[in-house]
Design a protein around this ligand. Structure first.
Ligand SMILES: Cc1cc2nc3c(=O)[nH]c(=O)nc-3n(C[C@H](O)[C@H](O)[C@H](O)COP(=O)(O)OP(=O)(O)OC[C@H]3O[C@@H](n4cnc5c(N)ncnc54)[C@H](O)[C@@H]3O)c2cc1C
Length: 306
């Protein structure tokens, strides 16, 4: 009803990308779950983002920024308002040892671009699903490194719909924390500072990391990577804690704690998002009862859950 009313109006804002309605979000998430997005805008540039956000403000609609959908759990009822998809903002340029890209490019493509230019720094993250914007927002980390270590600046669209440049400042970054989270900023463009190195050495390191992920089962079934953050004060990784609590293989519907890594929940077929969320809560409750540790979810539940 709301969508029908707004569909004519939104056409008038002339989005250069595309505007679609009732788009199935399970096609845009690595969990392969999620109901429809009422209004799905594929942004092609900063002007699209600004227009979409202005339209949302004028019509009192929420906006959700969707990257690769690799760290979110979209509800079965989907997302109301506007889902602003970045996946087609994927250009990049190389300037000396700097890689400057739009936020919607995949981490893998950017790592390959760095390698092609004999630039080292992205190898650690090669194989991780998602976009560069999502990785910055999450301060993605693996194999002992995190993306903040190569980050130099980002052009963001702020609440006033102005483009603002945010430079790296150590104090803004921590484990799974970035300066973009607190202010609801749209990361539009970003710059990474890399080092010249032998192309073959870079390629080798990338392949090692990718193959290690394959070996660990990361791509065996739809999932969103680690469900819970690690908490140093617990003295061991969350996966080990869940494992020791005997929860490997625990299931609700078609959602299961995977048998290859206890901190990964997989969709075994047509799992509902609600099954996955219930399973996350159940694991959390059982771990709390058995160990006293309160695991903090890393996955972000998104959309309408009522
Ligand atoms: C098999 C597998 C393995 C994984 N391994 C790892 C790992 O080793 N380390 C790790 O850290 N994570 C891992 N993850 C999780 C995921 O890949 C990362 O968190 C990734 O950075 C998410 O990026 P995304 O583009 O998919 O973001 P999304 O899931 O689309 O979004 C995540 C959050 O970022 C926000 N966001 C996205 N783009 C923008 C933007 N341009 N501007 C502002 N906000 C934005 C969204 O609104 C949302 O709040 C894994 C996931 C899978 C499926």
């Amino acid at each position: 009803m709301l969508v029908t009313k707004l569909s004519e109006k939104i056409k008038k804002i002339n989005i250069a990308g595309s505007v679609r309605f009732n788009v199935r979000l399970k096609d845009f998430t690595t969990f392969k779950t999620g109901g429809p997005a009422d209004i799905f805008i594929t942004a092609s540039d900063a002007a699209d983002i600004i227009k979409a956000r202005q339209f949302a403000a004028e019509n009192n609609l929420p906006v959700f920024i969707l990257g690769g959908g690799a760290n979110i759990l979209v509800s079965d009822k989907g997302i109301r308002g506007i889902t602003l998809y970045t996946g087609e903002m994927n250009q990049f340029t190389v300037e000396d040892n700097k890689l400057i890209s739009h936020a919607g490019i995949t981490v893998n493509r950017l790592a390959e671009a760095a390698m092609e230019s004999s630039l080292s720094g992205f190898e650690f993250i090669y194989g991780m699903p998602g976009t560069v914007g999502g990785a910055l927002w999450m301060n993605a980390r693996c194999y002992g490194s995190e993306i903040s270590q190569i980050f130099q600046w980002a052009d963001v669209i702020n609440d006033n719909n102005e483009i603002e440049r945010i430079y790296f400042e150590k104090k803004d970054w921590a484990y799974k924390q970035s300066p973009f989270q607190s202010r609801g900023l749209f990361i539009y463009k970003c710059c990474f500072s890399l080092e010249n190195q032998d192309k073959e050495a870079i390629q080798k390191e990338m392949n090692n990391n990718y193959n290690d992920r394959i070996k660990k089962g990361h791509f065996n079934a739809p999932c969103a990577g680690s469900i819970f953050k690690n908490n140093r004060s617990f003295g061991k990784p969350s996966g080990q804690i869940i494992d020791e609590a005997g929860l490997r293989g625990l299931r609700i519907g078609k959602a299961a704690v995977s048998d290859f890594h206890a901190n990964i929940i997989i969709n075994e077929g047509d799992a509902k998002a609600s099954d996955i969320l219930d399973l996350i809560n159940l694991v959390r409750k059982k771990v709390k009862e058995q160990t006293g540790y309160d695991l903090e979810p890393e996955i972000i539940p998104v959309g309408e859950w009522r």
